[in-house]
Design a protein around this ligand. Structure first.
Ligand code: SF4
Ligand code: SF4
Length: 434
């Protein structure tokens, strides 16, 4: 039975949930940049390489949400969600368990090279190495097809580039967790630095109620158990504080025995929790409402833009080796390669046809192996085809012809492109003579 009576239990739940989400996101194609196919999977949409301006706008939105989150909730991300902190705590927990299991004491402060100590170190190293490799795999899965990569891994066919990235990331994670841990958060993390810039006087902090300092019994529990090694009583604005809430739990439990309320609380701009629902969510001034409203409008416009995209794309390039072929009855044929992509979530049949004046006059013929073309959802097909037209109806030399692909069950889903159609050179000459 889950109990959320303390901040630590709530934090563990949020950490577990966010870790699961981070692991499964690439497998669900909810947020993934597929580098081999240059496609960006975002929620239920797939953005293609020619739509990467939308990717930029999506990235801006994600960044902006992170900024707002930091402005309202401070470093709650660090203490409650950040995978780095999850790893730090996991490795600390592993060390404690191993020490207890092997009866290793760390109290002497002197270097300990005993067999037990080395065995404990080897055990923790092996566990962290395994976790680091999993993290490497998961991170690379955000940039390629995770199912294909998993199949390749299981059958021993994983490519050297992917293997190299996985091992490289794993080495970085291992060094980080075994040697840096919290030092990375306080000295190198870019988010921590950015967070200092966006906070203001009304940002959430963990505060020691200095006005009640005479009630503090100096038990030092809040200092001793702070994983960032700080004394919050000196200031609530220490950059090391990750707003985990552990000291709130400790002080609450200790002063409860003395029938006193805690001296350490989460607070907004020096005040304790708000009264209304929006104050409880941290929306305590006009600045926050304005920033939130702008973000909501931006998100809605972006959603409309993504939804309004045509789920079909068409392009064609001429055969560079033969400009044209002369057929019977003065019909000229040009060869092309057509690329058609079904970007929707549904399978469909797409009719390719000439459009424009030639088609209206019935003077344009298409030669395709199949028409309509059947495409699965997100399938791209490259097809060789030919267009035939009478040169008497065309300008000598290059002409622009329009091609259209239409979904046979929904004519609103269509895409168009233009191709260059060449007629023979002697037609030019005849025209010049005339
Ligand atoms: S001071 Fe309290 S809230 Fe801040 S990191 Fe330490 S235990 Fe967590
Ligand atoms: S846990 Fe509470 S009572 Fe103990 S030192 Fe910290 S603030 Fe004072």
């Amino acid at each position: 039975m889950l109990s959320f009576s303390t901040y630590r239990s709530k934090r563990r739940f949020v950490q577990a949930l966010s870790t699961i989400i981070i692991i499964v996101l690439p497998f669900l194609n909810v947020l993934r940049l597929d580098i081999p196919t240059l496609r960006f999977y975002f929620l239920s949409s797939v953005l293609w390489v020619d739509e990467f301006y939308l990717l930029f706008l999506v990235m801006m939105l994600i960044l902006w949400i992170i900024v707002i989150f930091s402005m309202v909730y401070g470093r709650v991300w660090c203490g409650w969600i950040c995978p780095q902190m999850v790893l730090n705590e996991l490795s600390g927990w592993l060390e404690k368990k191993t020490d207890r299991w092997l009866r290793i004491s760390r109290t002497s402060g002197r270097p300990d090279l005993s067999a037990r100590r080395l065995a404990g170190y080897a055990l923790v190293s092996a566990a962290i190495s395994a976790v680091a490799l999993l993290i490497g795999f998961n991170l690379v899965a955000y940039f390629t097809d995770p199912y294909r990569m998993l199949a390749d891994l299981l059958t021993g066919r994983l490519g050297s580039v992917e293997s190299g990235f996985i091992v490289g990331i794993a080495i970085l994670v291992y060094v980080d967790v075994m040697f840096w841990r919290e030092k990375f958060c306080t000295r190198a993390c870019p988010y921590g630095m950015m967070q200092i810039v966006v906070t203001d006087a009304n940002t959430q902090v963990v505060r020691y109620q200095r006005e009640r300092a005479h009630e503090c019994i100096d038990c030092m529990a809040c200092v001793r158990d702070c994983m960032m090694g700080i004394d919050l009583r000196t200031s609530p604005y220490q950059t090391e504080c990750i707003h985990c809430g552990d000291c709130v739990d400790l002080c609450t439990a200790i002063l409860k025995r003395l029938k006193k309320p805690t001296l350490i609380t989460f607070s907004w701009g020096g005040r304790e929790r708000g009264r209304t629902w929006y104050e409880k969510l941290g929306l305590i001034d006009a600045k926050r409402w304005i920033v939130l409203s702008i973000t909501a409008v931006y998100a809605v416009v972006l959603a409309v833009l993504i939804d309004a995209r045509q789920p079909l794309a068409l392009s064609a390039t001429g055969d560079g080796s033969t400009l044209f072929r002369e057929g019977k009855n003065g019909v000229i044929w040009n060869d092309y390669t057509l690329t058609i992509s079904n970007r929707s979530l549904n399978d469909g049949a797409f009719l390719i046809e000439c459009t424009g004046k030639l088609q209206a006059a019935g003077r344009c013929a298409l030669q395709l192996l199949e028409n309509p073309v059947f495409l699965k959802s997100r399938e791209v097909r490259t097809i060789r085809f030919s267009i035939g037209a009478s040169s008497s109806h065309l300008r000598p030399g290059p002409n622009r012809l329009a091609l259209t692909a239409v979904n046979t069950s929904d004519p609103n889903i269509r895409a168009a492109t233009e191709v260059a159609f060449f007629t023979p050179q002697h037609e030019w000459n005849q025209l010049r003579v005339r």
